[in-house]
Design a binder for this molecule. Structure first.
Ligand code: NAD
Ligand code: UFG
Length: 336
């Protein structure tokens, strides 16, 4: 069975491709390489023992998508392609609406023309906004607070409408919490361009000596140790969730939005201490002011994914820290 994976050379997409190939799917990647490297393709092949088919293609390229889908009779699409930096989305909203919303519209249009009826979409816990009370269930109010989050919610709404218009069209939007970690081989992982914004890649670059110290943003949150709490999920658990969502689509009509998180909150200091302990390395750090826009506590209620398709996060914080560091250590310059 062939699956189209947009954004398949990116961080989460590359891990999902490995799991899809290992499960026996034929994988066809469409990625414009705007935030990834073609070097990942050979790594995917080394891990999975089989290569994905790759097209350097922007999902906004309607004709390119048409030709791809003509050549590859895919059963389903997993749509990772998109831009994802919150601050950049505030500064340049058109880039976000164009890439994410127009890109999705072009993809869904091409899928309709080719008769591809199953979609798994990369959504984000960011659709819940700042007011949601953790654990956050899927029925929580959606109120994203930045253009990036709004693109994710808009795409979910488009998918919902498409499922109503065509009873054969089915879609699952997976709302990821905080993906971290890397494949246990150390061959693929997260490759942020420039200075990382997110906690785990930042810690890894401090550990590698590329950055002098970690700033812990906020020490006076109403949490046990005063630092902010998130739901970190290992990228391999996340990848596995996509395979289970694909299976679920075989038996579930309509649209569903489903959280992928562990249900466990972890503070910044807990991550830091776990990273130091499992990797036997000291991370210079200092307490700093809160980062504007951050919530105190965000973690998932992950029960729906368990109920609907039996998914549970299997890996813990120690695995996330160990695997993230192995990837960083073995690839100081990522895929360069
Ligand atoms: P990533 O940037 O590593 O991967 C995205 C991939 O999409 C990249 O390879 C990039 O080159 C490609 N791409 C971007 N725009 C494209 C376009 N117009 N046409 C074709 N390819 C395009 O990001 P990621 O962390 O792997 O995220 C994957 C998806 O998951 C994104 O949609 C993101 O919004 C979503 N998500 C990520 C997180 C996270 O923390 N990493 C959290 C929630 C949701
Ligand atoms: N943090 C630090 N120091 C750093 C970086 C982060 O203390 O150098 C803290 C943050 O303040 C936050 C926690 O570590 O408390 C996690 O921060 P991340 O940036 O790793 O993750 P966020 O939860 O802020 O953001 C993630 C995704 C966004 C998404 C958001 C909401 O990266 O794309 O979740 O779902 F919008």
């Amino acid at each position: 069975m062939q699956i189209l994976v947009t954004g398949g050379t990116g961080y989460i997409g590359s891990h999902a491709c490995v799991e899809l190939l290992r499960a026996g799917y034929e994988v066809v990647i469409a990625d414009n390489l705007s935030n990834s490297s073609a070097a990942v393709l050979e790594r995917i092949e080394r891990i999975a023992g089989r290569a994905p088919v790759f097209y350097k293609l922007d999902v906004r390229d309607a004709e390119g998508l048409r030709l791809l889908l003509k050549r590859h009779p895919v059963k389903a699409a997993i749509h990772f392609a998109g831009v994802k930096a919150v601050a950049e989305s505030v500064a340049d909203p058109l880039k976000y609406y164009d890439n994410n919303v127009n890109g999705s519209l072009a993809l869904f249009t091409a899928m309709r023309a080719a008769g591809v009826k199953h979609m798994v979409f990369s959504s984000s816990a960011t659709v819940y906004g700042a007011q949601a009370v953790s654990p956050i269930g899927e029925q929580a109010v959606t109120a994203p607070v930045n253009p990036y989050g709004r693109t994710k919610l808009m795409i979910e709404e488009i998918l919902r409408d498409l499922c109503i218009a065509d009873p054969e069209f089915r879609a699952v939007a997976l709302r990821y919490f905080n993906p971290v970690g890397a494949h246990a081989s150390g061959l693929i992982g997260e490759a942020p361009q420039g200075t990382p914004n997110n906690l785990m890649p930042y810690i890894c670059q401090v550990a590698a000596g590329k950055l002098p110290e970690l700033q812990v943003f906020g020490k006076d949150y109403p949490t046990p140790d005063g630092t902010a709490v998130r739901d970190y999920i290992h990228v391999m658990d996340l990848a596995q969730g996509h395979l289970q969502a694909l299976d679920y689509l075989e038996r579930a009509p309509g649209f569903s939005a489903i959280n992928l998180g562990t249900g466990r909150g972890t503070s910044v200091l807990e991550i830091l201490q776990t990273f130091e302990r499992v990797n036997q390395i000291t991370i210079p750090h200092r307490m700093a002011a809160r980062r504007p826009g951050d919530t105190a506590v965000t973690y998932a209620d992950p029960r729906l994914a368990a109920e609907l398709f039996g998914w549970h996060a299997a890996l813990g914080l120690a695995d996330m820290c160990r695997d993230a560091w192995r990837w960083q250590r073995q690839n100081p310059d990522a895929y360069a």
